[in-house]
Design a protein around this ligand. Structure first.
Ligand SMILES: Nc1ncnc2c1ncn2[C@@H]1O[C@H](COP(=O)(O)OP(=O)(O)OP(=O)(O)O)[C@@H](O)[C@H]1O
Ligand SMILES: [Mg+2]
Length: 777
């Protein structure tokens, strides 16, 4: 028998039922991880609909589009697909891009505006820096881009920037007094190109809602119920949009966890959640305490870590779930070994508990850490999938095809045009492009318009040969546009890939990389085809190319997960928010890596790192593993590592050390002046938990020792004549593995090997010819 809404509500505990059934007026659910916030939000929407609220009147904002799709799927299962289809559900960016398309003309934008991704923005900023003759080592384009982005997220327009002495002074102090100028030029160029960057999608929405009261009224009336998941990570711009839209009916429901606010570095403002009660009138606050996701050990371990944060709301999180295994902590020598350990542990768990690859996730602080994990998983033939990093749509060949599609939809798109005007090579050189750009800027027109009117612009001084090439390009794009009026998105995309010569170019290449790129383009075309089919099923249309491009521009990496293949998930902790995995490995738990060296200057930065660790640990359902290494290559140098303070902050009773934790020395980073009052007990170094702590291995000293040894013999204990002197029982020191005892020797001459048991627990067989060993006893 089909379940109805009452059956679903009956599955909730009483604390969850209340917010789910809340009628009118502002409400907030503040609760710890895994307590059912997202579930409450989902059921609440279904409940509202079952009470007769029209799906058209509900707006729901999520952290990823994938989360939105999943939620919609669940709601559809309860209320039926035809009803659920009309819900507006998605990320802030995707929802407001939709609204901006409808209202674009009010802001002077075409409705087919392009969305610039971060790479497009950075390229444009980089050209502006160059055009202005600024020093690119001072004006680093990535830093300038993130500065401009932070202005936009705080709604500081160019005009506001110029009225703000403090900001200008800060930039002048940072030796970048011309930031304002770059900002202004960047905004003008985006506007001229009919392009909005990610931040514009929020900034322009705010502009729309403040400048046009009738537009505000229209959407206020439409969205009578507004629901926001992960509210703790909204930024100022998002906050204002939600505030404006909910102002009339005040039916605003937000859920979040201040302990999981992890995007301050991108402008998220934890105060949005802390001040919610002040911002609205008569707010009803709900709290959930029971965690359904994780074992007792995990829940309590996570609680014991977050306790160390000062800025937080008090919460009780507990669970009825079983105790589960203790959290396993392991120390490895290098990141290579760390990868091998994780891979073999996954393998063993799979065998022992009959699990799927999809039951496992590996989380890390930085993308670069994925490589060691990948290598080890590949060697073990364990399928995996990396989220984040270079996503499919960021690949060069894909961006090339998309650039052509973008131009045909919006010929003013400057970044797309620059990308492919001479790719594949058609003899349009850099000088020509520069002339076109200067003229376009002068007339405040797009480059494409200049190209269309070249015969009227003799001052351009472009020779007739080049002019023909430019004309051919314009004609080609126009022919695509004509085709686009009748054919569906797939037909157009396929035609473009062929006619532009992109496919030929890659076929000509013939290298394995070329073949892989060709396959990627094929995959992209498959994607367009799927989109066309899906659209047909949804609303009978075939979906326009413009719609497809918007989907792509706003696709986050998680969105490509179709969930139909069974793989271990690898991702940064930031990306793992809201997700859950039965078996979880958090790797690289070392001081300076996690917490990151860049986030330890103030208490608030350190607290954000701790929240990040809390997010990581609370993704685990059944079993969590924490690993750290003794040395790791960072910026090309092998550095000594110390275990992260976060391991130590977990109450010991929830941990099982697979290797004894080695002595740690915190850097003197806890500064009373910065942090205010300091809890001295937190500064105390804890004793190692079990076993004798191995002496910290000083690789510098060891290599100094080794350097003293002349090659080709000399000292009796060198690596070079070890074969003759070394015997079982000797104590040796290795530059990376530390101290160890020779267990036995085997082989003769150049093949002679020593089996050594190192203090850190590893048993290794080393070929003496190559082993950098120092005999010390
Ligand atoms: N009453 C319940 N009965 C059974 N399972 C539940 C119940 N409430 C929530 N769950 C399950 O517990 C898990 C965590 O729920 P959910 O993801 O909604 O928590 P959350 O508070 O949103 O977590 P996070 O803070 O990590 O986003 C999910 O698998 C969910 O289906
Ligand atoms: Mg959630």
């Amino acid at each position: 028998m089909k379940k109805n809404i009452q059956d679903y509500i009956a599955e909730l505990n009483s604390a969850q039922k209340e917010p789910t059934l809340h009628k009118e007026g502002p409400m907030i659910v503040i609760a710890g991880a895994g307590s059912g916030k997202t579930r409450v939000l989902t059921y609440r929407i279904a409940y509202l609909m079952s009470e007769g609220v029209d799906a058209f009147n509900i707006l729901s904002l999520t952290f990823t589009n994938k989360a939105a799709r999943e939620m919609k799927g669940r709601i559809a299962a309860i209320v039926g697909n035809s009803e659920a289809k009309n819900l507006w559900m998605g990320t802030f960016h995707s929802i407001f891009a939709k609204i901006l398309r409808i209202e674009a003309d009010k802001l002077g934008y075409p409705s087919n505006f392009t969305i610039y991704d971060t790479q497009d923005s950075q390229r444009l900023i980089s050209s502006i820096i160059k055009e202005k003759g600024l020093d690119k080592d001072v004006y680093k384009y990535k830093q300038v881009q993130s500065r401009i982005s932070s202005f936009k997220n705080s709604l500081i327009t160019v005009k506001a920037y110029y009225q703000n002495g403090e900001l200008q002074e800060a930039d002048a102090m940072a030796k970048r007094p011309r930031i304002g100028e770059i900002y202004q030029e960047y905004v003008e160029r985006c506007f001229k190109a009919g392009a909005m960057d990610f931040d514009d999608l929020l900034l322009r929405t705010n502009e729309l809602l403040t400048r046009f009261p009738e537009v505000l009224a229209k959407y206020q009336n439409r969205f009578r119920y507004i629901l926001v998941d992960e509210y703790q990570d909204t930024n100022h711009s998002q906050y204002l949009i939600v505030k404006a839209l909910s102002d009339k009916f005040q039916n605003i429901c937000v859920v979040g966890d201040d302990a999981q606010s992890i995007y301050a570095f991108r402008g998220a403002n934890i105060n949005n959640i802390l001040n919610f009660q002040k911002d609205y009138h008569g707010v009803k606050m709900y709290r959930l305490e029971q965690n359904y996701r994780s074992t007792k050990n995990i829940v309590e371990a996570a609680n014991s870590v977050i306790e160390h944060n000062k800025t937080k709301l008090d919460k009780d999180v507990w669970t009825h779930n079983e105790d589960g295994g203790k959290i396993k902590v392991n120390r490895l020598v290098t990141d290579g070994e760390e990868g091998r350990y994780v891979a073999s542990s996954i393998f063993e768990n799979k065998m022992e508990h009959q699990l799927n690859n999809g039951d496992f996730a590996i989380l890390y602080r930085t993308n670069a850490q994925s490589r060691a994990m990948e290598d080890a998983l590949r060697k073990r033939d364990i399928p995996y999938r990396i989220y984040g990093g270079l996503s499919f749509y960021q690949r060069k060949e894909i961006k090339d095809v998309l650039a052509y599609l973008r131009i045909l939809v919006n010929p003013a798109d400057e970044e797309a045009l620059k990308r492919v005007i001479n790719y594949p090579a058609r003899g349009i050189g850099q000088t020509t492009l520069e002339k076109l750009t200067i003229t376009a800027n002068h007339y405040k027109r797009s480059i494409f318009e200049v190209m269309q009117n070249i015969q009227k612009l003799p001052e351009l001084k472009i020779n007739s040969g080049t002019r023909t090439k430019l004309d051919n390009f314009v004609t080609m794009i126009q022919s695509f546009q004509i085709m686009n009026q009748n054919a569906n998105a797939f037909e157009v995309a396929e035609h473009v890939a062929k006619k532009t010569g992109l496919l030929q170019e890659l076929k000509k290449d013939g290298t394995p990389e070329g073949v892989a790129r060709l396959e990627n383009i094929e995959e992209l075309l498959n994607g367009v085809k799927d989109f066309v089919e899906e659209q047909k099923e949804l609303d009978g249309t075939t979906g326009s190319l413009a719609e497809f491009l918007e989907d792509v521009a706003l696709a986050t990496d998680l969105d490509q997960d179709t969930g139909d293949d069974d793989r271990v998930a690898l991702m940064t902790i930031h990306l793992s928010k809201g997700l859950e995995f039965p078996y979880l490995y958090i790797v690289g738990l070392e001081e300076d890596l996690f917490p990151s060296a860049m986030s330890m200057n103030t208490r608030s930065e350190l607290e954000e790192e701790r929240r990040l660790f809390y997010v990581a640990l609370t993704r685990a359902e059944k079993q969590a593993y924490l690993t750290y290494t003794q040395s790791r290559y960072r910026w090309g140098k092998l550095v000594d590592c110390e275990p992260s303070r976060f391991i130590e902050e977990i109450d010991e009773k929830y941990l099982e050390y697979l290797t004894p934790i080695h002595e740690r020395r915190y850097k003197p980073m806890i500064d009373a002046d910065i942090f205010g009052e300091v809890d001295k007990s937190k500064l105390r170094l804890k004793k190692p938990v079990s076993g004798t702590p191995p002496k910290r291995f000083d690789s510098e000293a060891a290599s100094r020792k080794l350097r003293k040894i002349k090659p080709g013999g000399g000292a009796s204990n060198t690596a070079n004549n070890l074969g003759t002197t070394l015997e079982a029982g000797n104590i040796v020191e290795h530059i990376r593995f530390g101290k160890g005892k020779v267990v036995r020797l085997e082989g003769v001459g150049g093949d002679k090997k020593a089996e050594i048991l190192f203090e850190n627990g590893g048993l290794k067989k080393l070929l003496l010819r190559f082993a950098k060993l120092n005999v010390i006893g």
